[in-house]
Design a protein. Structure first.
Length: 284
Protein backbone atom coordinates (compact mmCIF):
# COMPACT_ATOMS: atom_id res chain seq x y z
CA UNK A 1 0.00 0.00 0.00
CA UNK A 2 1.20 3.58 -0.64
CA UNK A 3 2.99 5.34 2.21
CA UNK A 4 2.36 9.03 2.89
CA UNK A 5 4.83 11.78 3.71
CA UNK A 6 4.21 15.20 5.21
CA UNK A 7 4.58 18.11 2.79
CA UNK A 8 3.35 21.07 4.86
CA UNK A 9 2.29 21.56 8.48
CA UNK A 10 0.68 24.42 10.39
CA UNK A 11 -2.56 24.70 8.41
CA UNK A 12 -5.76 25.58 10.21
CA UNK A 13 -8.05 23.25 8.24
CA UNK A 14 -7.33 22.33 4.62
CA UNK A 15 -10.27 21.51 2.33
CA UNK A 16 -11.23 21.31 -1.35
CA UNK A 17 -7.84 20.48 -2.98
CA UNK A 18 -7.67 20.99 -6.77
CA UNK A 19 -4.81 20.37 -9.22
CA UNK A 20 -4.70 23.32 -11.63
CA UNK A 21 -2.01 24.92 -13.75
CA UNK A 22 0.89 23.11 -12.10
CA UNK A 23 -0.15 23.83 -8.52
CA UNK A 24 -2.30 22.29 -5.82
CA UNK A 25 -4.93 24.81 -4.80
CA UNK A 26 -6.98 24.39 -1.64
CA UNK A 27 -8.99 26.25 0.95
CA UNK A 28 -7.49 26.73 4.40
CA UNK A 29 -11.06 26.98 5.57
CA UNK A 30 -10.75 28.13 9.17
CA UNK A 31 -7.87 30.49 8.31
CA UNK A 32 -10.28 32.10 5.80
CA UNK A 33 -7.93 31.94 2.84
CA UNK A 34 -7.36 30.12 -0.45
CA UNK A 35 -3.78 28.96 -0.93
CA UNK A 36 -1.75 27.31 -3.70
CA UNK A 37 1.14 24.87 -3.24
CA UNK A 38 3.92 24.66 -5.83
CA UNK A 39 5.57 21.21 -5.70
CA UNK A 40 8.73 22.31 -7.51
CA UNK A 41 9.93 24.41 -4.58
CA UNK A 42 7.39 23.54 -1.84
CA UNK A 43 6.14 27.13 -1.81
CA UNK A 44 2.70 27.83 -0.33
CA UNK A 45 1.18 31.10 -1.53
CA UNK A 46 -1.93 32.88 -0.26
CA UNK A 47 -4.20 33.50 -3.27
CA UNK A 48 -7.06 35.40 -1.66
CA UNK A 49 -8.69 35.94 1.72
CA UNK A 50 -12.34 34.90 2.06
CA UNK A 51 -14.03 36.34 5.19
CA UNK A 52 -16.99 33.98 4.88
CA UNK A 53 -14.73 30.87 5.06
CA UNK A 54 -13.78 29.24 1.74
CA UNK A 55 -14.60 25.66 0.84
CA UNK A 56 -15.13 24.27 -2.68
CA UNK A 57 -12.97 25.64 -5.50
CA UNK A 58 -13.23 25.54 -9.29
CA UNK A 59 -12.74 27.59 -12.44
CA UNK A 60 -15.30 29.06 -14.83
CA UNK A 61 -15.17 28.70 -18.61
CA UNK A 62 -13.00 31.85 -18.80
CA UNK A 63 -10.45 30.34 -16.41
CA UNK A 64 -11.34 32.51 -13.39
CA UNK A 65 -11.19 31.05 -9.89
CA UNK A 66 -14.54 30.28 -8.25
CA UNK A 67 -14.80 30.00 -4.46
CA UNK A 68 -17.64 28.82 -2.24
CA UNK A 69 -18.03 31.23 0.69
CA UNK A 70 -19.57 28.95 3.29
CA UNK A 71 -20.91 31.11 6.08
CA UNK A 72 -22.62 33.80 3.99
CA UNK A 73 -23.66 31.15 1.44
CA UNK A 74 -22.38 32.79 -1.73
CA UNK A 75 -20.47 31.68 -4.81
CA UNK A 76 -17.66 34.13 -5.51
CA UNK A 77 -15.32 34.76 -8.45
CA UNK A 78 -11.75 36.07 -8.30
CA UNK A 79 -11.21 38.56 -11.11
CA UNK A 80 -8.42 41.14 -11.23
CA UNK A 81 -7.37 40.38 -7.66
CA UNK A 82 -10.82 41.06 -6.15
CA UNK A 83 -13.73 38.79 -5.28
CA UNK A 84 -17.17 39.44 -6.74
CA UNK A 85 -20.47 37.65 -6.26
CA UNK A 86 -21.63 35.12 -8.85
CA UNK A 87 -24.68 33.98 -6.89
CA UNK A 88 -26.30 34.56 -3.49
CA UNK A 89 -27.48 31.14 -2.35
CA UNK A 90 -28.56 32.12 1.18
CA UNK A 91 -32.24 31.69 0.35
CA UNK A 92 -31.91 27.91 0.15
CA UNK A 93 -30.54 27.23 3.62
CA UNK A 94 -29.64 29.05 6.87
CA UNK A 95 -26.65 26.73 7.30
CA UNK A 96 -23.29 26.66 5.50
CA UNK A 97 -22.81 25.56 1.91
CA UNK A 98 -19.79 23.42 1.24
CA UNK A 99 -17.84 21.59 -1.46
CA UNK A 100 -18.19 22.15 -5.20
CA UNK A 101 -17.33 20.77 -8.62
CA UNK A 102 -17.62 22.78 -11.86
CA UNK A 103 -18.52 21.11 -15.16
CA UNK A 104 -16.75 21.81 -18.45
CA UNK A 105 -19.79 23.81 -19.58
CA UNK A 106 -19.67 26.01 -16.48
CA UNK A 107 -22.31 24.58 -14.15
CA UNK A 108 -21.19 24.62 -10.51
CA UNK A 109 -22.66 21.93 -8.26
CA UNK A 110 -22.50 22.92 -4.59
CA UNK A 111 -23.36 20.87 -1.52
CA UNK A 112 -24.78 22.10 1.80
CA UNK A 113 -24.81 21.15 5.47
CA UNK A 114 -28.59 21.19 6.05
CA UNK A 115 -28.19 21.59 9.83
CA UNK A 116 -26.03 23.19 12.52
CA UNK A 117 -23.09 20.77 12.40
CA UNK A 118 -20.75 22.56 14.82
CA UNK A 119 -23.53 23.61 17.21
CA UNK A 120 -24.84 20.10 17.71
CA UNK A 121 -28.02 20.52 15.68
CA UNK A 122 -30.24 17.62 14.67
CA UNK A 123 -29.24 15.93 11.42
CA UNK A 124 -31.55 16.74 8.52
CA UNK A 125 -31.23 16.23 4.78
CA UNK A 126 -29.80 18.90 2.50
CA UNK A 127 -29.68 20.02 -1.12
CA UNK A 128 -27.17 20.12 -3.97
CA UNK A 129 -27.42 23.45 -5.79
CA UNK A 130 -26.61 24.12 -9.44
CA UNK A 131 -25.29 27.52 -10.50
CA UNK A 132 -24.77 28.71 -14.07
CA UNK A 133 -21.44 30.47 -13.58
CA UNK A 134 -21.94 32.59 -16.69
CA UNK A 135 -25.37 34.03 -15.86
CA UNK A 136 -25.48 33.47 -12.09
CA UNK A 137 -28.82 31.64 -12.35
CA UNK A 138 -29.26 28.96 -9.69
CA UNK A 139 -31.63 26.19 -8.61
CA UNK A 140 -31.90 23.03 -6.53
CA UNK A 141 -30.39 20.15 -8.52
CA UNK A 142 -30.96 17.38 -5.93
CA UNK A 143 -32.61 17.17 -2.53
CA UNK A 144 -32.95 14.69 0.34
CA UNK A 145 -29.15 14.35 0.48
CA UNK A 146 -27.48 13.23 3.71
CA UNK A 147 -24.79 15.93 3.98
CA UNK A 148 -23.62 16.14 0.35
CA UNK A 149 -19.89 16.71 0.48
CA UNK A 150 -17.10 15.89 -2.00
CA UNK A 151 -18.11 15.71 -5.68
CA UNK A 152 -16.55 14.57 -8.96
CA UNK A 153 -17.61 14.52 -12.61
CA UNK A 154 -16.57 11.65 -14.90
CA UNK A 155 -14.26 12.43 -17.87
CA UNK A 156 -17.09 12.26 -20.42
CA UNK A 157 -19.10 14.79 -18.42
CA UNK A 158 -22.08 12.45 -18.11
CA UNK A 159 -22.06 11.56 -14.42
CA UNK A 160 -21.83 13.42 -11.12
CA UNK A 161 -20.74 11.40 -8.08
CA UNK A 162 -21.47 12.87 -4.64
CA UNK A 163 -20.19 11.71 -1.26
CA UNK A 164 -22.98 11.65 1.32
CA UNK A 165 -21.06 12.00 4.58
CA UNK A 166 -23.87 10.83 6.86
CA UNK A 167 -25.32 8.44 4.28
CA UNK A 168 -22.06 6.47 4.28
CA UNK A 169 -22.21 6.15 0.51
CA UNK A 170 -21.34 7.59 -2.88
CA UNK A 171 -24.36 8.60 -4.95
CA UNK A 172 -24.36 9.06 -8.74
CA UNK A 173 -26.52 11.19 -11.04
CA UNK A 174 -26.78 11.51 -14.80
CA UNK A 175 -26.00 15.08 -15.93
CA UNK A 176 -28.37 16.45 -18.57
CA UNK A 177 -27.44 18.81 -21.40
CA UNK A 178 -28.95 21.67 -19.36
CA UNK A 179 -26.99 20.72 -16.24
CA UNK A 180 -29.95 19.03 -14.56
CA UNK A 181 -29.45 15.85 -12.52
CA UNK A 182 -31.49 12.67 -12.97
CA UNK A 183 -31.36 8.88 -12.50
CA UNK A 184 -30.19 9.01 -8.89
CA UNK A 185 -28.48 5.76 -7.95
CA UNK A 186 -26.03 4.28 -5.49
CA UNK A 187 -22.48 4.27 -6.85
CA UNK A 188 -21.01 2.62 -3.76
CA UNK A 189 -22.20 1.75 -0.26
CA UNK A 190 -19.32 2.29 2.17
CA UNK A 191 -18.77 -0.13 5.02
CA UNK A 192 -16.62 -0.39 8.14
CA UNK A 193 -17.42 3.11 9.34
CA UNK A 194 -16.10 4.82 6.20
CA UNK A 195 -17.93 8.11 5.65
CA UNK A 196 -16.89 10.36 2.76
CA UNK A 197 -15.58 13.90 3.07
CA UNK A 198 -13.50 15.04 0.08
CA UNK A 199 -13.18 12.72 -2.93
CA UNK A 200 -11.35 12.49 -6.26
CA UNK A 201 -11.59 10.23 -9.31
CA UNK A 202 -8.97 8.16 -11.12
CA UNK A 203 -8.60 6.86 -14.67
CA UNK A 204 -9.96 3.41 -13.78
CA UNK A 205 -13.21 4.93 -12.50
CA UNK A 206 -12.33 4.38 -8.85
CA UNK A 207 -12.94 7.08 -6.25
CA UNK A 208 -10.42 8.03 -3.58
CA UNK A 209 -12.40 8.87 -0.43
CA UNK A 210 -11.21 10.81 2.61
CA UNK A 211 -12.81 9.17 5.65
CA UNK A 212 -12.48 11.39 8.76
CA UNK A 213 -14.04 8.89 11.16
CA UNK A 214 -11.74 5.99 10.30
CA UNK A 215 -8.60 8.12 9.79
CA UNK A 216 -7.80 6.88 6.31
CA UNK A 217 -8.03 7.49 2.58
CA UNK A 218 -9.63 4.60 0.71
CA UNK A 219 -9.86 3.78 -3.00
CA UNK A 220 -13.32 2.48 -3.86
CA UNK A 221 -14.61 0.73 -6.96
CA UNK A 222 -18.16 1.20 -8.21
CA UNK A 223 -20.22 -1.21 -6.11
CA UNK A 224 -18.28 -0.50 -2.91
CA UNK A 225 -15.17 -2.71 -2.97
CA UNK A 226 -12.27 -1.00 -1.19
CA UNK A 227 -9.08 -1.86 -3.08
CA UNK A 228 -6.50 0.40 -1.40
CA UNK A 229 -6.10 2.17 1.93
CA UNK A 230 -3.72 4.86 3.17
CA UNK A 231 -3.77 5.45 6.92
CA UNK A 232 -3.75 9.00 8.29
CA UNK A 233 -2.75 7.58 11.71
CA UNK A 234 -4.33 9.58 14.55
CA UNK A 235 -5.58 12.36 12.26
CA UNK A 236 -9.00 12.68 10.59
CA UNK A 237 -8.68 12.45 6.79
CA UNK A 238 -10.37 15.51 5.26
CA UNK A 239 -9.88 15.70 1.48
CA UNK A 240 -7.69 14.44 -1.37
CA UNK A 241 -6.68 15.21 -4.96
CA UNK A 242 -4.55 13.46 -7.59
CA UNK A 243 -1.93 15.83 -8.93
CA UNK A 244 1.56 16.48 -10.34
CA UNK A 245 2.35 16.31 -14.05
CA UNK A 246 1.47 12.61 -14.26
CA UNK A 247 -1.52 12.98 -11.90
CA UNK A 248 -0.17 10.04 -9.86
CA UNK A 249 0.53 11.88 -6.61
CA UNK A 250 -2.33 11.66 -4.14
CA UNK A 251 -2.31 14.88 -2.13
CA UNK A 252 -4.08 14.47 1.20
CA UNK A 253 -5.33 17.02 3.71
CA UNK A 254 -5.59 15.97 7.36
CA UNK A 255 -6.33 17.82 10.58
CA UNK A 256 -7.01 17.22 14.27
CA UNK A 257 -8.79 20.56 14.72
CA UNK A 258 -12.34 19.95 13.48
CA UNK A 259 -13.79 22.76 15.60
CA UNK A 260 -13.49 26.07 13.66
CA UNK A 261 -12.28 28.20 16.57
CA UNK A 262 -9.83 25.62 17.89
CA UNK A 263 -8.48 25.01 14.40
CA UNK A 264 -7.46 28.66 14.05
CA UNK A 265 -5.36 28.41 17.20
CA UNK A 266 -4.07 24.84 17.18
CA UNK A 267 -2.99 24.80 13.51
CA UNK A 268 -2.85 21.00 13.36
CA UNK A 269 -3.65 20.80 9.64
CA UNK A 270 -1.27 19.03 7.30
CA UNK A 271 -0.76 18.55 3.58
CA UNK A 272 0.56 15.05 2.91
CA UNK A 273 1.23 13.06 -0.26
CA UNK A 274 1.70 9.52 -1.53
CA UNK A 275 2.53 8.07 -4.94
CA UNK A 276 -0.13 5.83 -6.51
CA UNK A 277 -0.26 3.81 -9.75
CA UNK A 278 -3.46 5.07 -11.41
CA UNK A 279 -3.60 8.76 -12.47
CA UNK A 280 -6.37 11.21 -11.78
CA UNK A 281 -9.22 11.78 -14.23
CA UNK A 282 -12.39 13.81 -14.66
CA UNK A 283 -13.23 16.93 -12.71
CA UNK A 284 -12.11 18.55 -10.52
Amino acid sequence: MPVSEVVKEGLAFGEGPRWHDGRLWFSDMHAHEVVAFRPSDATLDTVVEVPGAPSGLGWDTAGRLLVVSMDDRRLLRLDGGALSEVADLSGYTPHPINDMVVSASGTAYIGSFGFDLHGGGELTTAVVLAVDTTTGEHRIAADEMRFPNGMVITPDGSTLIVGESFGMCLTAFTIGADGSLSDRREFAALTGGVGPDGICLDAEGCVWVASPGTHEFVRVREGGEIVERISSDDRPAIACMLGDDDRCTLYMLTSKGLDPEKAKTLRTGRLEKARVEVPGAGRP
